[in-house]
Write a protein that binds this ligand. Structure first.
Ligand code: SF4
Ligand code: SF4
Length: 308
């Protein structure tokens, strides 16, 4: 099989993205034609690891990342002139005056590492340095395939870079050459981490619910994917939701002609599977939701290997 990378994204969180990713990962793992590797690039809130835990502690590898810049204050150089405060060197309000010691103090979380204080202080009392911004974790899951995920550190301003580093990290894992399907749980939204996730993918699934906010958010997610000219398909979760908006939602889908990869009906099995930290296709394989996801998986394979 030719190696393919797919991502599952959504305009906002909580619409079933991770649940779908876990089930697709399980189906791919049980597919004799496929050797998958799974990634969680929702680096600000990674939780795929809860559903796909490690086979054992020994297989867990971690790597710290230093992609965020922060200011450091060099007290020995400071002449206590107060210019950094009085002339508002910091646009982000990350500098405050320490009256007792007559020096500026840096508010770590507020500092964006922009470097203005370093340039403006004539005594060179500020330096800009990389700080730990997160970590990349990888292991062999109990179900079999490797999982790689990034996790940002509080105060990190570089989630997108962590996504890119996580993708590079995965490429260097033993066995990556043999993996022919990379399944990525992407972040919600349309920001930098999403852009870093979809860059270089062969196919994107955008998952949404048939509600006014669901439609609004899926349009934004599709906008991002179209910028990269990546083929995509929509998965509609809770597709049978009793809502007066259904008609408007379906009209939009019909008029745009966007590919609908599948519709997952409302099914309590999904919530039950999540509470047991299991992909629904394993927890309740005969459920309506699992049947729908199995159809999505077959269609996905056809899309990525036969049509793209
Ligand atoms: S850090 Fe620089 S600008 Fe601020 S008080 Fe010290 S010498 Fe003055
Ligand atoms: S690096 Fe930028 S954000 Fe950080 S303290 Fe200096 S001026 Fe403020």
């Amino acid at each position: 099989m030719q190696k393919k990378q797919i991502g599952i994204i959504s305009g906002k969180g909580g619409v079933g993205k991770t649940s779908l990713t876990a089930s697709l990962a399980s189906l791919a793992n049980n597919d004799p034609e496929i050797s998958p590797i799974i990634m969680d690039c929702d680096v600000d809130a990674p939780n795929l690891a809860l559903i796909l835990p490690a086979e054992n502690e020994k297989s867990i590898r971690t790597k710290d990342t230093y992609t965020t810049l922060k200011a450091t204050f060099l007290e020995e150089k400071c002449i206590h002139c107060r210019n950094c405060i009085e002339e508002n060197y910091c646009e982000f309000n990350a500098l405050e005056w320490d009256q007792n010691n007559k020096i500026p103090k840096i508010k770590y979380l507020a500092c964006e590492g922009c470097g203005a204080c370093q340039v403006l202080c004539l005594e060179h009392a500020f330096e800009i340095n990389p700080v730990k911004s997160g970590e990349i974790i990888s292991y062999k899951t109990k179900k079999g395939p490797n999982l790689v995920y990034g996790k940002t550190q509080l105060g990190s301003t570089t989630s997108g870079k962590l996504v890119s580093e996580s993708k590079e990290f995965a490429k260097n894992l033993e066995g990556f050459e043999e993996n022919d399907l990379i399944i990525i749980d992407g972040p919600p939204g349309i920001g930098c981490p999403v852009i870093a996730t979809v860059s270089g993918l062969d196919y994107v699934i955008t998952i949404c619910e048939p509600t006014p906010s669901g439609l609004h958010d899926v349009i934004r997610a599709i906008d991002v994917v179209q910028q990269f000219k990546i083929p995509f398909g929509i998965v509609i979760n809770k597709s049978d939701l009793k809502s007066s908006f259904q008609e408007e939602f379906n009209t939009f889908i019909d008029e745009t002609g966007y590919e609908v990869l599948g519709r997952i009906p409302f099914d309590l099995s999904i919530a039950q599977a999540m509470s047991h930290a299991e992909p629904v296709v394993d927890y309740a394989p005969e459920s309506k939701a699992s049947q729908a996801i199995q159809e999505i998986y077959i269609k996905l394979k056809d899309q990525i290997w036969n049509h793209n």
